[in-house]
Design a protein. Structure first.
Length: 462
């Protein structure tokens, strides 16, 4: 705690430090409180099994699971979750590791906003980022995308420091973050365009050695994936090229999703308050217009690129959609790459309103704006807490595809295994347990991979 204070004390007063600490503690509480109730289905189980194979030395994976577009994903996510798997096989603790990274992303949001703008933008954006319920949903599951906000913040912080503040060593760090981001989820390919555009814009200032070193580091981190593709006749590259040559179709609905993710709209039925969400969206729309209108300022240009370039790939392709029709619902998790941009943009707009007003208006207007902001934060926190409460009280959350919580699965499978042992069954394997689960129809979205992992986990405990 002392080092934390020393790192920021030069530019922050006591009240501001206290606000930041409260923000981080709130973020940690929301992310850690409901860990036993994390969703646990096939993807989570298979990722953990691959991580265990790596930790136990049975297999070094060059790729991960199959993606929605038909390519194998890079194995970066497997490498990341193997770190907690060195110490535990409990999915709750692996989820806790991801939650910890997510809390660090909140602090990273503050650092990014303070570096680019000021403390007020940093505190407002990180506060919204800390308590938003959609952020909470994607901040602790054993999913690739849940790592994205941390590395995204690191990428833009390093890019800003390296290219715009001319601390060129940060460009090497930015290239590493970029390689990790695009391997964690390949829908972030737009970030490569952002990186190249910023480097091209500052090509006369940046020494050539940093271009070469950045390219080398980026390529180095892609070596496992490239080795796999070379061994398999470039199968993944061919699929990606084929997808890219199929033609573009614009889906305007995609433009609305970042705005939805800045609110609590459609998060929990009967919980969200539309009028409050309208206020949040209004602030964001006005703020985004302000950012785009100030394109000539390099700070706003960087944020505008962050919004516009990934949107081109998301709004002109079908990979981020549930069904291959123009009227389908989009996968929200593809838009996690917009965290924490959407909160940063909103905070910029609020800061601009407060800064542009005269002293008398600032006093009255500031009270109104801060009151609205506080109401929004309380609203977000309430919805997030209710979500955790519902996960703990209900066996099934039939919402947004959310499956049975891990704790419920463990209880039910443990009960079945004990009953089978009491009958004198010589062997209790996952197939037998899955058969009983299917016959009794106890829970929603059970699958064999999750059952297999839990059976192995319980056997290990016993």
């Amino acid at each position: 705690m002392q080092k934390f204070k020393e790192a920021i004390a030069e530019k922050m007063n006591g009240a501001e430090i206290l606000c930041l600490v409260v923000i981080l503690l709130t973020a940690a509480f929301l992310r850690f409180y409901g860990l036993p109730h994390i969703e646990f289905k096939s993807d989570e189980a298979l990722n953990l099994l691959m991580g265990i194979d790596l930790v136990e030395g049975r297999k070094f994976p060059l790729v991960g699971l199959l993606s929605s577009v038909g390519t194998e994903t890079p194995a970066t996510f497997i490498y990341l979750i193997s770190l907690p798997l060195i110490f535990t096989r409990n999915p709750v603790y692996v989820s806790g590791f991801i939650a910890l990274i997510s809390v660090a992303a909140v602090y990273g949001c503050f650092l990014l906003a303070r570096s680019m703008f000021n403390k007020r933008v940093g505190l407002i954006s990180s506060a919204l980022f800390a308590v938003n319920p959609w952020v909470l949903l994607y901040s602790r599951k054993i999913w690739h995308q849940d790592f994205l906000p941390f590395f995204t913040v690191g990428f833009f912080y390093s890019l800003y420091k390296g290219a715009i503040e001319e601390k060129y060593g940060y460009l090497l760090l930015a290239s590493c973050f970029l390689a990790l981001i695009t391997q964690i989820h390949m829908s972030t390919i737009g970030f490569i365009c952002i990186f190249l555009y910023i480097l091209w814009s500052y090509k006369h200032k940046i020494p050539s050695k940093y271009f070469a070193a950045s390219a080398a580091l980026f390529g180095l981190l892609y070596v496992p994936y490239l080795i796999y593709d070379i061994q398999h006749n470039f199968i993944n590259i061919k699929i990606l090229l084929n997808k890219g040559l199929q033609g573009l179709t614009f889906f305007p609905e995609a433009l609305t999703i970042p705005f939805s993710l800045s609110t609590a709209v459609n998060f929990l039925e009967g919980t969200y308050i539309p009028k409050v969400d309208y206020v949040v969206v209004t602030f964001m729309v006005v703020s985004l217009i302000f950012v785009l209108a100030n394109w000539k300022d390099v700070r706003y240009k960087l944020l505008a690129c962050w919004f516009l370039i990934p949107m081109f790939f998301l709004a002109t392709g079908r990979t981020a959609m549930y069904w291959d029709t123009p009227y389908s619902r989009f996968y929200y998790n593809y838009y996690i790459q917009y965290y924490p941009l959407i909160f940063l943009v909103t905070a910029i707009g609020i800061d601009a309103l407060l800064t542009s007003a005269d002293r008398q208006s600032r006093k009255k207007g500031g009270f109104i704006i801060y009151s609205i902001l506080l109401a929004v934060l309380v609203y977000f926190t309430t919805v997030s807490c209710r979500f955790d409460y519902m996960l703990g009280k209900s066996n099934n959350i039939l919402w947004m595809g959310y499956g049975t919580p891990f704790s419920t699965r463990v209880e039910e499978i443990k009960e079945i295994m004990e009953q089978e042992r009491a009958k004198g069954s010589p062997a209790i394997d996952a197939g037998r347990v899955q058969f009983i689960l299917n016959r009794e129809g106890k829970t929603y979205k059970y699958d064999f991979d999750a059952t297999y992992y839990i059976v192995k986990y319980l056997d290990r405990l016993s």
